[in-house]
Design a binder for this molecule. Sequence first.
Ligand SMILES: Nc1ncnc2c1ncn2[C@@H]1O[C@H](COP(=O)(O)OP(=O)(O)OP(=O)(O)O)[C@@H](O)[C@H]1O
Ligand SMILES: [Mg+2]
Length: 363
Amino acid sequence: MRLISEKILNFRNIASAEFVPSESVTVICGENGQGKTNLLESIFLLSGAKSFRKVKDREMITKEEDFSVIDASFFAERREQSFHFTISDKGRRASLNQGSEQKASDFAGTFCCVVFSPDHLELVKGTPAERRRFLDTALCQLSPRYFNDLKTYTRLIQQKNTLLKDARGIAAAYDVLDIYDGQLAQCAVGLSKARRAFIGQLDVVSKEAYASISGKWEEMELGYESTIFSDGEFSADAAYQRILVSRADDIRAGFSTIGPHRDDLEIRINSDLAKTYASQGQQRTAVLALKLAEAELFRQKLGEEPVLLLDDVLSELDGFRQEFLLKRLGRSQAIITCCEPNFIERRTDAKVFRMQRGELTEE
Ligand SMILES: Nc1ncnc2c1ncn2[C@@H]1O[C@H](COP(=O)(O)OP(=O)(O)OP(=O)(O)O)[C@@H](O)[C@H]1O
Ligand SMILES: [Mg+2]
């Protein structure tokens, strides 16, 4: 997988830019607030996912403009392909290889990338929602079925929650809840199975990466904490029964209290729960190991290297971890932002660009 070129119009502070990265390492340098992360964000959107910055689509359009356009050509499945991508009142839309325009998310899995950002430190110490987001973003790119299940599940949960707010004592509401719960149970099986399989694979690769960085005397371990399935048997019947048992709690709370939308990815370091006990250094190592594992699983599943977007992460890492990360980039295309390019330039044959007030120039 490789980005060949990108032409940007009205995206955040980038009024217009043309970007042709190197096939291997590209560095975008510049002072704070100049538009480096904006450029990475514009590339990440091609994956079909929402921005990694958790913002509304509208906020990515240049202020006082009505739409943004990104024209990208990229190499995937052994051929050159193109996206015409727009953000407007109609949301994020795209057409692939000059085909018909559709919701951008319909193209999830076509262009795959993995982003490393300092915000990912929240993966370890943050809320379960951060870790679910990590799992869902990766799985949606890897499996259209997961993407569809998640979309249906999320819609059903919203509908069920609306009903739960005024369900108490209304007999008819219980019949509708039965229908929702039956459908939710079906989706929960698909989502939970996929998550458990993915976490199992992540565990193997991240363990190895963590051991290499930490010097082998520490072990990282991942587990799937499901709120529905305790015994690893994923059946829709069992899920339905569990959801039914929680109904009184759901009505009292006014929302659905169990299901994949409440699950967690458990991270342990030397058997201790990382969200409670991990030190700063252990968090950094765990996040790096998780992200490298994500990239490696993409490579195994797609048979192609995903594009790696490294947002200002090198400055967050000590020398040893920096070297480790750069070595592990391997043959992937990597686009790296930083304030000071010297370090990377010395170690790679990087193509260097400077971003200044939304204007991109090659150095
Ligand atoms: N919708 C928008 N329209 C115009 N400008 C925007 C919009 N959204 C963000 N910006 C501007 O983009 C700039 C931030 O860009 P970005 O986050 O890419 O900076 P950066 O180069 O990555 O900086 P840092 O090194 O601090 O991370 C800010 O000046 C912000 O005002
Ligand atoms: Mg930035």
